[in-house]
Design a protein around this ligand. Structure first.
Ligand code: DQA
Length: 162
């Protein structure tokens, strides 16, 4: 179905300098307390720490943020396109609803990896479609918080090749 996904090189041309943005959507500020049987007990601060440690080893800087606002997420995606080298995004519930997020990601020229902590395909039918996936370089879902680190590894490789 997806036809607009772009490879790292097609999407980015030569790799840009700047941090890798890690953006988190609504309710992810509640990680650790929110439905721990689905999302686990690790909070977003713990994920930020892991990602920053892994990024240091890979020679990248991280801009790590969370918002509950769709508009703010779109503004930050645009910022990642203008100032960042790449983007890791867990769009949370907006994955399943937001054409605005799809369009913002389609409009930027850096590689994007979509992350979900839970396996959205194993859950309710309304979570099975993501508006972001067709414009992402790749998607990691269902592996828990380590998915963010795996996304970073993949993005670092893509940036090396670009
Ligand atoms: C999520 C999955 C989404 O369906 C949900 O709305 C979230 C979190 C995840 O990381 O598993 O808020 O993106």
């Amino acid at each position: 179905m997806a036809t607009s996904a772009k490879t790292a090189s097609a999407k980015t041309g030569p790799a840009k300098v700047g941090p890798i943005y890690v953006l988190n959507g609504p309710n992810l500020n509640l990680l650790g307390k929110r439905e721990p049987h689905i999302y686990g007990t690790e909070g977003l601060a713990g994920i930020e720490k892991r990602v920053k440690e892994r990024a240091k080893a890979l020679g990248h800087k991280i801009e790590f943020r969370q918002t509950n606002s769709e508009g703010e997420l779109i503004t930050w995606i645009q910022e990642a396109g203008a100032k960042g080298a790449g983007l890791i995004i867990n769009p949370a519930a907006y994955s399943h609803t937001s054409i605005g997020l799809h369009d913002a990601i389609a409009a930027i020229d850096v590689p994007v990896v979509e992350v979900h902590i839970s396996n959205i395909h194993k859950r309710e039918a309304f979570r099975h479609h993501s508006y972001v996936s067709s414009v992402a370089l790749g998607v990691i879902c269902g592996l828990g918080p380590i998915g963010y680190e795996l996304a970073l590894e993949a993005l670092a490789e893509a940036l090396k090749k670009a």
